[in-house]
Ligand binder design. Structure first.
Ligand SMILES: NC(=O)c1ccc[n+]([C@@H]2O[C@H](COP(=O)([O-])OP(=O)(O)OC[C@H]3O[C@@H](n4cnc5c(N)ncnc54)[C@H](OP(=O)(O)O)[C@@H]3O)[C@@H](O)[C@H]2O)c1
Length: 310
């Protein structure tokens, strides 16, 4: 058998990269091997990857030389940067700069860059505050700005436009008990559907794109698993946990007033530009790439026990 092609996976200990690592490791005859990048190879998550058959290598997105070493000899890479680690668009851009440079210097044949659209292409007025000097939704817009770094690197790149993970429902976007004791989702999303996805499916789609190679190089692929309104998400949660969950939307201004500028702008964008956001994510295309794409109910069947009810 010919040697396996190595995929360097940035964020392999996290949700998106972890999904890709699992997809590759679950396909031992697929011809690909995982090289998992982490800042600390001694953590439980990193060691778990070793046990599952991945090569684990230490690298830091703020240290370009470490990234060149980690990418050397690899066929391709999945690249994700974590805005929430530092909440700084400028720092995220620096990470992307180092990663794109390293991909070029290591001579990678294919990169899948986990990105978003630039909300400023549509939000051209002051309906929402400008954040961090020049952004509307910084963690979207800066990733879109960084697309150019990968184009300029000359490395064949696929621009994978991701979306809201359902895993958020077990974390910062969980249902909380309202004053009346009812588990309540309160987001400024109006009645517009939210494009959601199982984070594992982002990795699974990325794997198929890397396998597809030339077919996807230079392409932008928008992904989602299902489009659901707040009410439909609440109904799904109700079915899954056996206790009523309701959706009580608030205005984007009210959400921002709670201190959530970034999230308020993001939901306002999802709501007021829903046609555009959803329109760029063709579920039939995603399903053609990855036929086992999960619906929300399928995801809930596997993850109901992670939904907090306290
Ligand atoms: N939450 C959502 O719904 C959603 C949806 C779409 C896109 N996103 C985007 O997803 C990104 C986060 O990805 P995720 O959710 O997969 O991450 P995650 O589960 O929070 O894990 C973070 C990952 O990033 C790695 N990492 C962080 N800083 C690093 C650095 N300086 N150098 C090298 N690796 C570093 C961590 O590795 P170690 O700790 O092992 O070093 C870890 O694997 C964010 O930028 C966000 O905008 C989020």
């Amino acid at each position: 058998m010919s040697e396996k092609k190595i995929i360097a996976v940035v964020g392999a200990t996290g949700k998106q990269g972890g999904g890709l690592a699992r997809a590759i490791l679950a396909d031992p005859y697929g011809g690909y091997a995982v090289r998992a990048l982490t800042r600390d190879a001694t953590t439980e998550r990193a060691q778990q990857l070793v046990k599952q058959g991945a090569e684990v290598i230490e690298a830091n997105n703020f240290d370009e030389e470490s990234l060149v070493r980690a990418f050397q000899g690899a066929h391709g890479a999945f690249i994700v940067t974590n805005f929430w680690e530092h909440l700084s668009a400028d720092k995220e851009f620096q990470e992307a700069t180092n990663l794109a440079n390293a991909a070029r210097r290591a001579g990678l044949k294919h990169v899948v860059w986990s990105t978003f659209e630039d909300t400023r292409d549509l939000v051209k007025d002051d309906r929402m505050p400008t954040l961090q000097g020049r952004f509307k939704v910084p963690h979207f817009d800066v990733k879109a700005e960084a697309d150019e770094l990968f184009r300029a690197s000359g490395v064949p790149t696929t621009f994978l436009r991701t979306t809201f993970y359902w895993e958020n429902l077990a974390g910062n976007w969980r249902a909380n008990r309202d004053e009346d004791g009812v588990l309540t989702l309160s987001w400024p999303q109006g009645d517009s559907p939210l494009a959601g996805i199982a984070s594992d499916d982002i990795g699974a789609v990325a794997y198929q794109i890397l396998k597809g190679g030339d077919e996807f190089a230079g392409q932008t692929v928008g992904i989602a698993g299902e489009f659901l309104t707040g009410n439909q998400i609440a109904e799904g949660l109700t079915r899954a946990i056996g206790e009523p969950v309701v959706y009580r939307p608030l205005t984007a201004d009210a959400f921002r007033a709670l201190g959530y500028d970034e999230g308020g702008n993001m939901h306002q964008y999802y709501d007021e530009f829903a046609d555009n956001f959803l329109g760029q994510r063709d579920l039939n295309v995603v399903r053609r790439i990855h036929p086992r794409l999960q619906t929300f109910d399928e995801w809930l069947r596997l993850h109901a026990d992670t939904i907090p009810t306290d």
